[in-house]
Design a protein around this ligand. Structure first.
Ligand code: FES
Length: 269
């Protein structure tokens, strides 16, 4: 960017570092000094730029225009990589595999979700194992963790037009007459009927959605039995060009939320 002034120009030299920031730059970092908290560098840059732009306008006249292009562009927020986020139970205590195996199973009808990696990205937490002493359900499923590899997590935003939980919900066995072979439990969206296979990476059983739900990669710490979210695989979360972009991160922990499902047994071919 040329200012029509030699590099030795004192006012402009002071402002150059700010004014040469790329338009719309986004850089969010976590540092020890920030206590691990993310820092919205874009917001800082905008504030710095406005200050610098004011100085330029006074000192050099007209150059404040250089900063105005930032004002019209809202900062893009997000994360640069997937964080490890500890999951918390409804009561705020660390969620352990033992608790999940005891409190949730394939017959649990309520919707349990947690946000990850961003605040506006809810995900189902499911345990597909049968109740203790019972039968049915599924173990050793794709992406499953815990003692029976039956604990999984999927995006709770439908891949069709984005209906969120509880409009999209887990349907335990017996909710609808419909089954898919031996599979009588699935995620189903009441908006237009998309159905997802919870035993196989939330692949599509019925449309109109054509993409699977993103699956959260879970980590089971066998030392202390805790569960954490450490990544997401599959397509981007619906409504996000990138699962890591579009809101602020959830922080170090994410707590389960409970909702009642919306049930509609509508299965388009
Ligand atoms: S939004 Fe879920 S099927 Fe249309």
């Amino acid at each position: 960017m040329s200012f029509g002034c030699p590099p030795s120009c004192p006012v402009l030299e002071h402002a150059r570092a700010y004014a040469e920031l790329p338009v719309g730059q986004v850089r969010r970092v976590a540092s020890a000094s920030s206590g691990g908290e993310e820092v919205d560098e874009t917001r800082r840059n905008v504030l710095k730029l406005l200050v610098a732009g004011g100085a330029i306008a006074v000192g050099a006249g007209g150059l404040g225009v250089a900063s105005l292009q930032y004002v019209g562009k809202p900062p893009i927020v997000g994360l640069s990589s997937y964080p490890k986020v500890g999951l918390l139970d409804l009561d705020g205590s660390p969620l352990t595999a033992t608790k999940v195996m005891k409190e949730y199973n394939v017959t649990t009808p309520d919707v349990y979700t947690f946000a990850y990696p961003l605040r506006n990205e809810p995900n189902f937490l499911l345990n597909l194992a049968p109740p203790a002493g019972g039968s049915g359900g599924a173990t050793n499923v794709v992406g499953g963790v815990g003692p029976q590899k039956s604990i999984v997590a999927f995006s709770a935003i439908c891949q069709h037009l984005g209906c969120p939980a509880p409009a999209i919900a887990y349907y335990p066995p017996g909710t609808c007459a419909k089954s898919f072979g031996s599979l009588a439990f699935y995620l189903h969206c009441s908006c237009h009927g998309s159905t997802y296979d919870v035993t196989n990476g939330a692949s599509n059983l019925t449309g109109p959605a054509v993409l699977p739900l993103p699956q959260v990669t879970l980590d089971w710490n066998t030392s202390d039995d805790t569960l954490s979210a450490i990544g997401v695989v599959g397509p981007p979360v619906n409504g996000h060009f990138d699962t890591l972009q579009g809101d602020y991160g959830v922080g170090a922990t994410s707590q389960l939320q409970k909702q009642s499902p919306v049930v509609a047994c509508f299965f388009p071919s």
